[in-house]
Design a protein around this ligand. Structure first.
Ligand SMILES: Cc1cc2nc3c(=O)[nH]c(=O)nc-3n(C[C@H](O)[C@H](O)[C@H](O)COP(=O)(O)O)c2cc1C
Length: 391
């Protein structure tokens, strides 16, 4: 079904006012899925291995269509303005997120299309309109991934003020409250805040989704997580991966914080995938691209920035995390046979994870393999329903 027919079908079935219910982020699948970071060169893998994601518009469009027609819920771009150096200069070539989301929204028909935004770099009035535009282009499938920023070099390119860690979240709070008002209030309003002042603020058209598009946030520090619980609908959690008990505690803590505020919050994680017919093949390839061909200079730069500008990871786990950062930007390993990976996802689901954003070394080949080999097993395990329109 093409975009236009899906758009009009949605509007017939769901009069404006209840569209949030049909964003696939709110479907019944116990383990939702998406693919992330393919708008960036090297995606999420900090490696010099042959075939590491070269990133062109053609391969972005092909992958988005593949994810969409398989019935996955999400495509999510990373917001990045500068690479991390090293031999790969990891993530130095990136497509800007909102223009990317508008184009992806126009060529897909089912999945939620995220744009990631660095709140200090875009004014709320502009952001509200950009989000509403993508929501209309996509027939009500837009979602916002809000980041407060943690990479100072990027901000220096803009001459933007670099606030202290917790001040960045104070700023983000005023920013997101303004965007929500601009998305929902019909009357113009004045605003006299700590960070923003304006007269007769107003934005039309409103997003198609009502009351507003979903918001995700990956704040991982205590302040970031408190922000997430209060203002976002999904927390993108970086599990510390010490053991299952501490990961469960981390997830419970996030969900409880939201519940105490009378809100609900889904928990999403990032999973890096190496799926092969045998466990040995998967482990061998993982070791090869991470240990033999990993870009240590780029990952050290990344961790220095991360360690210096966020209180997410204690110094004691940083060294262990170096492996996960090279393998998949600090994500959770989904490595092994299709059966083993599905068993891992059953555990993650039982731990409270609602969705996983996947990344791969070879996005096109390995996403197709995921669709063919892993998704049918997820349906058998009851983690997902078969997608009626799957091609
Ligand atoms: C899975 C994941 C995706 C993220 N995506 C981005 C991104 O696209 N751009 C960005 O600048 N920061 C991104 N971040 C960084 C977070 O927004 C956040 O700043 C970081 O996790 C540190 O947490 P803190 O800000 O609470 O200290 C991401 C973090 C995670 C865990």
């Amino acid at each position: 079904m093409g975009f236009e027919s899906v758009g009009s079908w949605i509007l017939r079935l769901y009069p404006l006012g209840s569209l949030t219910m049909i964003n696939p982020l709110y479907n019944d699948n116990q383990m939702k899925l998406g693919v992330m970071a393919f708008n960036c060169s090297h995606g999420s893998t900090v490696t010099t291995v042959d075939g590491a994601w070269p990133m062109t518009w053609e391969n972005n469009a092909e992958l988005a269509r593949m994810v969409d027609s398989a019935g996955m819920e999400v495509v999510l771009p990373v917001g990045r303005w500068k690479g991390y150096g090293g031999e790969t200069n990891f993530n130095n070539r990136t497509f800007e997120c909102f223009t990317w989301a508008a184009a992806i929204g126009a060529i897909t028909s089912h999945c939620a299309v995220f744009a990631t935004i660095h709140v200090p770099l875009i004014h709320p009035v502009a952001a509200a309109k950009m989000g509403a535009t993508v929501d209309h282009v996509s027939g009500g499938r837009f979602a916002l991934n809000l980041v407060a920023g943690w990479f100072k070099d990027e901000f220096e390119m803009f001459g933007a003020e670099w606030r202290g860690h917790d001040r960045r979240y104070n700023y983000a709070t005023e920013w997101v409250e303004l965007v929500k008002r601009l998305w929902t209030e019909e009357e113009a309003f004045d605003h006299e805040g700590e960070f923003f002042q304006g007269t007769a603020l107003w934005s039309q058209p409103k997003p198609l989704q009502s009351p507003r598009p979903p918001i995700m946030n990956a704040g991982s520090s205590p302040t970031g997580q408190a922000f997430s619980a209060a203002h976002a609908d999904m927390n993108f959690v970086m599990l510390r991966q010490k053991d299952d008990e501490s990961d469960i505690a981390q997830i419970n803590h996030l969900k409880t914080m939201a519940t105490e505020l009378k809100r609900s919050s889904q928990c999403w994680i990032h999973g890096y995938v190496v799926c092969r017919e045998t466990e040995k093949e998967a482990q061998d390839y993982l070791r090869y691209y991470v240990i033999e061909r990993g870009d240590d200079v780029a990952v050290n730069n990344m961790l220095e920035i991360f360690g210096g500008q966020s209180d997410t990871l204690e110094p004691s786990v940083m060294e262990a995390f170096k492996f996960h950062f090279k393998a998949g930007h600090g994500g959770y390993p989904l490595v092994g046979t299709p059966e083993k990976i599905v068993a891992q996802m059953e555990c993650l689901s039982a731990m409270g994870v609602d969705g996983i954003l996947l990344s791969f070394v070879d996005y096109l080949g390995e996403t197709q393999q995921w669709i063919d080999k892993v998704m049918p097993l997820m349906c058998q395990a009851g983690l997902r329903q078969a997608f009626p329109g799957a091609r």
